[in-house]
Design a protein around this ligand. Sequence first.
Ligand code: GDP
Length: 321
Amino acid sequence: MITALAGGVGAAKLLVGLARIVDPKDLTVIVNTGDDIVLHGLHVSPDVDIAAYSLAGIVDEEKGWGIRGDTFHCLESLNRYTGSEWFNLGDKDLATHIFRTDLLKKGYTLTEVTQKVCAALGVGVTILPMTDAKFETRIVTKQGTMHFEEYMVKRGAKDEVLGVEFFGAENAEPSEGVIAAIENAERVVICPSNPVVSIGTILSVKGIREALKRTKAPKVGVSPIIAGAPIKGPADKLLRGLGHEVSSFGVAELYADFLDTFIIDVADSSGKQRIEALGLNVVVTNTLMRSLEDKVQLAKSVLKNNFVGSGAFLYSLRHGL
Ligand code: GDP
């Protein structure tokens, strides 16, 4: 089994590549839920949905969220009442949130609901929300402490970041199957995701970091920072705000206590030795995923490098790496 830790858009691209070369039933994804938010009484789970929609082949790749070709009639009508909608929810996307909220109210866990969503969308990969507990990533700014989505979407990530809080982290247990998925993995992949509010959030859940240190599986990460900048999103602002270097080295430092191999982009090859000095193997390759071929190629690198797994695992790779 391959187990991946994932946030949103960068992870979703790599997961699509991985699902092409690994039998989906041998792929488990632990997804950040710190961005989850209740809007109009509906539980929205942005990273879980990006992963599910991407693996189902229905994601709107241009936007990086939502369902391709979705309409926004409901949102337009809501705007007539409130005049203040800041979080875009497409009509088909809303169906997911209505379904999820209804089942959560009936007592199902987020993990169980996610299983049902995946089954209905034909996703064979196992998607595990990092926790079923209430958990919220909050950004501390001069304007106050706010939900990550408020910082990111409502205010356009323009506020200086003074800190990040993981509300609920003390009590949040990993959801069922998360620790086992790490412990029993033949390889753990840290996707190219925001190192602070996606991977950092997952790492803040009780026991996950320890399980990563404990597992015998090789742990391979991909840098979300290329040539000193993120491809999308506010990773630079968050890294800087917390006093980290905005570079693949800065990300490597955050993972160095549990990671074995870090994959960085060719644009950052000059930083290889510095990262090696952290005790990591470093692989330099193209990490920018524009096409399906890019996604598959990077997925192959992630599975190939520093390979110490079993023959049985190799056998499970569909296209004979
Ligand atoms: P966000 O920062 O809140 O949007 O968090 P996400 O977990 O969605 O992560 C976005 C990260 O994915 C950003 O830091 C991007 O640089 C990274 N990313 C997006 N596309 C790619 C890609 O094609 N290659 C790599 N290496 N990183 C990517």
